[in-house]
Write a protein that binds this ligand. Structure first.
Ligand SMILES: *Cc1c(COP(=O)(O)O)cnc(C)c1O
Length: 458
């Protein structure tokens, strides 16, 4: 086992054996974090250890603390799984160990990202002239998009924010829906805006921005950065992007769309209407590791103005620049050195093709509606209009709903989390895994209803 051949072979075999257990194993169970930590050991050993033994120790230590998020009955957060080709491609990316930030350091990684980036723009209905950065996830993509927005509005006001910072800059308005994702606030913090700057716009019943209220807020002052959303984390609702982006354009502002999972609605003719007008925005954030089902970490920051994108996030050093004066992929991300994310993205898109991505989106939406119908039949209240892949479920009152969440997590057939929506507690279902079947949904709905029946007695 000391030879690379055997070691990496054994690592792949371990991963395969684990993945084969995914459809059958309990999704999660009660764990004792202290016991898992203890399995990883105490103080740093002084003595080296043969790699084969390291692998075996790691396998044993991790075993009890793994959660089957990659499996077909994990409905928590919005996770997605990992398609076979994308998983295999990521194993290659690790084996090849390419430094993907610099074109000169890996022409292959840069080309894979360039090709996959074109495919993504085509699939998601974004302008073909947009730039794209292969970032770590939605948080990073939002930060890049808002950095571009910051650059643009400051430059329009005659201010060089990259050189002079925000202190003393002309005020930049930031407008966002009350239903924005929490990562928008973190991006605003990191970019020096702070969160208090946000002028909040109310959302409608299902969580999409109220465009009449948006128009009123925009009319109150000068150009603004406007944070829009495709895919509310609770309800799946998408903002009316055509109306909202047109309003922002009329006010010479910048519209950024956080579409971490909801942007994928654009990939299917059945759901594309939800994000109609998407091409009118100035920047977009979405994830690969959610609905596209590529392994973590993978997200995309798109910008309608490539020059603004690079002005906001690129940097140079005499030893880094390649021919043409640019680094390549690192000109569009916050990371400098990083792994070659593009291989897995390219592989997922190549495996599915345009039709396969549309079918994946449709299937998840269909399964979400099946879930909602089965639970409603069993007496649950569905708290949202199931327009995409998200379902909110309530059993009687807050306390009982929380007992059901807790009970489901312990029972192990499936996993989902709780949330607060409009002041009331709900179970939150997200269907975003490529391998989830009707029977997974039926089994899970039955398990939830069983837990709910006993929770009513608790
Ligand atoms: C998941 C999510 C994010 C954050 O994405 P990460 O990949 O976790 O960084 C942002 N916005 C929305 C709407 C999300 O669902």
């Amino acid at each position: 086992m000391e030879h690379t051949w055997e070691l990496l072979g054994e690592a792949a075999a371990t991963a395969i054996r684990y993945r084969e257990t995914l459809p059958g194993r309990p999704v999660a169970g009660p764990v004792d974090p202290a016991a898992i930590l203890a399995a990883f050991g105490g103080a740093l050993p002084s003595e080296p250890c043969p790699p084969g033994q390291v692998l075996e120790e790691l396998r044993r230590a991790a075993e009890g603390g793994l959660v089957a998020t990659a499996g077909p009955r994990f409905f928590g957060f919005v996770t997605g799984g990992s398609l076979p080709s994308a998983t295999a491609a990521d194993i290659l990316a690790v084996g090849w160990d390419q430094c993907a930030g610099l074109t000169v350091a890996s022409p292959a990684a840069a080309a894979a990202e360039q090709c996959a980036g074109e495919w993504l723009k085509d699939l998601l209905g974004l302008p073909s002239s947009a730039s794209v950065g292969f970032v770590i996830g939605g948080q990073s993509a939002n930060t890049v998009g808002l950095a571009a927005a910051r650059h643009h509005l400051c430059a329009e006001a005659g201010w060089d924010v990259e050189r002079d910072g925000l202190a003393g800059a002309p005020p930049v308005r930031v407008v966002a829906s009350a239903e924005r994702h929490a990562t928008i606030d973190r991006s605003l913090r990191l970019l020096g805006f702070g969160t208090a700057v946000v002028e909040e716009v109310p959302a409608g019943l299902n969580g999409a921005i109220d465009t009449v209220a948006l128009a009123e807020v925009l009319a109150r002052g000068g150009p603004a950065i406007v944070c829009l959303q495709a895919g509310n984390v609770n309800t799946g609702a998408c903002d009316d992007l055509r109306t909202a982006c047109s309003l922002v354009r009329d006010h010479s502002g910048w519209s950024h769309v956080d579409g971490a999972f909801g942007l994928w609605a654009a990939a299917s003719p059945r759901t594309a209407a939800l994000v109609d007008g998407i091409e009118l925005a100035d920047s977009w954030a979405t994830d690969g590791h959610k609905w596209l089902n590529v392994p973590y970490d993978s997200g995309f920051a798109f910008c309608a103005r490539p020059d603004v994108h690079t002005a906001a996030v690129s940097y140079t050093a005499p030893y880094l620049v390649a021919e043409g004066g640019t680094m390549g992929p690192a000109d569009h991300t916050l990371e400098s050195s990083r792994r070659a994310r593009g291989f897995a993205v390219w592989a997922a898109l190549r495996e599915l093709g345009r039709d396969g991505v549309a079918e994946l989106v449709d299937r998840c939406c269909l399964l979400a509606r099946r879930f909602a119908a089965a639970l409603a039949d069993g007496g649950a209240e569905i708290g949202n209009d199931v327009v995409l892949n998200q379902v909110l479920v309530r059993f009687g009152d807050d306390a009982r709903t929380d007992r059901v969440v807790d009970g489901v997590q312990r029972e192990g057939t499936c996993w989902l989390g709780g949330t607060t929506w409009r002041g009331r507690r709900y179970l939150r279902v997200s269907v975003s895994n490529w391998s989830t079947t009707e029977s997974d949904v039926d089994r899970s709905a039955e398990a939830i209803l069983r837990v709910a029946a006993s929770a009513s007695r608790g």
